[in-house]
Design a protein around this ligand. Sequence first.
Ligand code: S3P
Length: 184
Amino acid sequence: MPNRANLCLIGFMGSGKTTVGQLLAQKLGWKFSDSDREVELLTGLTIPVLFAYYGEPYFRFLETVVLRDLTARRAHVIATGGGAVLTPANRELLKGSGPVIWLRASPEEIYARTQTSHGRPLLETVARRERIAELLAAREEAYASLCDFALDVGALTPDEVVMRILSWLNGRKRAGKEGVTGCC
Ligand code: S3P
């Protein structure tokens, strides 16, 4: 029986899933969880250390372990890592857990947002701009096919993103589709 009681944020690194997720959870009176943070808590290791010493496949395995737990909860806004949508099991878990929202941004926007940030092993390259374009192109279809709502976040502040999501949720409720308790 699917548990459609949460709200999941997907999107590329730097699209604002954590910031928006925290604000959205506050507005809804829900809890917030971030799958990357949960992986770090579970292992006691940072993501760069996990990638460097154990490799990406082990990180992906842990990501699924954590998402299985998070998606079984209720009234959680769940922010996922940018590559979570690549794993078929994760896609199933997210789809069954509640509305999935894609925070969409262009390669240029992502580059600008992540230019000075560190801690994302897949972006630690001198050719960051090219890497972003390459990864985004490879993932776009997965984001698009999984989401219930895609929102272009490039020109929006986190508060504006939250308002758009809330109004989408309200519209959905008015249309008699599945509502999200506490959103209106
Ligand atoms: C990854 C995104 C990161 C983190 C890891 C891998 C990816 O999360 O899960 O570094 O493959 O896109 P954020 O999207 O929160 O940066």
